[in-house]
Design a binder for this molecule. Structure first.
Ligand code: FEO
Length: 422
């Protein structure tokens, strides 16, 4: 089939001797078996065919056959000299053994941790892989000679795994950034940033960052700082678009996300069995609107997937959590959110909490504890209904709205003063 094919499906030229041979996955429903992929995801891979041939990362195993077809086509009958492994998570390493089967002379390139993970995941030694002669171990700043060009490696641990590293090709000023600068969303024909409508990818990029990489924002800041000295004209991540027209755009977004710069607005998330806690959430939201807070989003924790909640909670400065009491404790789905937030270690938030008592209480106590532990700026008012909210309970909800609005208005005034240099 490939002999007469003349379109760009199999391989897209990104620079002289460089090819995009990534694949789209629209069949996997959950990334890492947790995060919904409504718009799919791409596993990007790049091939160099100059004096030497080098493959940069592979793809998840469910897409191996599409991938090796592309690899074979782009190699045009040549052997593969190197496979560079920037990241060992199986969405990128899943086809390594197939590549080795097809190109047994290929040398693997990775760092010390890569080697350890290769063995843990694929037991290559057991299948006869000769690490001594066929694994090239690289360290920070070391280079791989490709004959007419070279790649320089920079270690970026925890962006996204301990062995993660990026490479930079100086002659074309291209950064191969693995998970960094990536996004959810399959590529629908368009590969490059100048071919896409960025609006289609923005929310999925934020959701990808906040859920997959966000916990490691300190390490992301370290990596961004380390790479800031490079003159970068093109960024080739392993998910989402290739950035050739405006790489500064994705760098800026990642900087903002890693710095945890929040926007004006409030995310209200509630867990409610029979609608009483929901009524309290609506009351708080109405008061925020009355006080002029425009970006308010209410979510039912039972309906909206955690990943969308995390994304908007990351985005907005105000967070209000409400939970009904379920068997003397917090509503289990709200507990899942709270534990996720503890794990994500987000910053720069103001938090308020409320709940319903049912027959013995427990939810509000747990939320108050979370608010205390979070280190966020707290609003003092809380509300707790025993069943259907009473007039006093509604008044307490209005007070939560007022106090959150006060904080937001105060912050807005401080920012304005700063901007005007007063
Ligand atoms: Fe896309 Fe951390 O793997």
């Amino acid at each position: 089939m490939t002999e007469n094919y003349s379109g760009e499906y199999l391989s897209v030229k990104i620079r002289e001797n460089w090819h995009y041979i990534g694949v789209n996955d629209r069949e996997t429903r959950l990334f890492e078996n947790m995060w919904p992929l409504e718009n799919g995801v791409s596993y990007n891979s790049y091939l160099y065919t100059g004096e030497k041939t080098a493959l940069l990362d592979t793809v998840k195993i469910n897409k191996t056959s599409n991938f090796v077809e592309k690899l074979d086509s782009a190699l045009g009958g040549r052997d593969l000299d190197y496979l560079v492994i920037h990241h060992m998570e199986p969405d990128h390493s899943g086809s390594i053994t197939s590549v080795l089967d097809l190109y047994p002379n290929c040398k693997l390139v990775g760092n010390k941790k890569t080697k350890e993970f290769l063995e843990n995941f694929y037991e290559l030694a057991e299948y006869g892989f000769d690490y001594e002669n066929n694994f090239i171990e690289v360290a920070e700043g070391e280079k791989l000679d490709l004959g007419d060009t070279e790649l320089t490696f920079y270690l970026t641990p925890m962006v996204h795994w301990p062995e993660s590293m990026v490479s930079y090709e100086e002659s074309t000023k291209t950064l191969f950034s693995q998970d960094a600068f990536g996004a959810f969303g399959a590529l629908s024909g368009a590969i490059f940033d100048d071919e896409i409508n960025w609006e289609f990818y923005l929310d999925d990029t934020v959701r990808y960052y906040t859920n997959i990489i966000g916990k490691f924002s300190a390490q992301v800041r370290g990596a961004l700082n380390k790479l800031s000295g490079l003159d970068i004209e093109m960024i080739c991540p392993v998910h989402g678009p290739v950035w050739r027209e405006n790489p500064g755009r994705i760098v800026k977004l990642y900087n903002q996300l890693a710095e945890q710069e929040t926007q004006e607005g409030v995310a209200i998330v509630y867990g409610s069995m029979y609608g009483n806690t929901e009524k309290m959430a609506e009351t708080i939201a109405r008061q925020l609107a009355v006080r002029g807070v425009k970006n308010v989003k209410i979510y039912d924790v039972s309906k909206t997937h955690l990943s969308y909640l995390v994304s908007d909670i990351w985005r907005y400065e105000g967070l209000i959590l409400g939970s009904c009491t379920y068997n003397n404790s917090i509503f289990p789905l709200m507990n899942n959110l709270v534990e996720t937030l503890r794990n994500q270690k987000m910053k720069n938030h103001t938090i308020g909490v409320f709940g319903s008592y049912s027959w013995g209480g427990g939810a509000l106590k747990a939320l108050k504890q979370f608010a205390e532990d979070s280190g966020y700026d707290k609003i003092e008012a809380t509300a707790e209904a025993k069943g259907t909210p009473s007039e006093k309970d509604y008044a307490d909800c209005i007070e939560i709205g007022n106090q959150m609005a006060d904080k937001i208005i105060e912050k807005r005034a401080t920012q304005l003063t700063k901007m005007l240099g007063m």
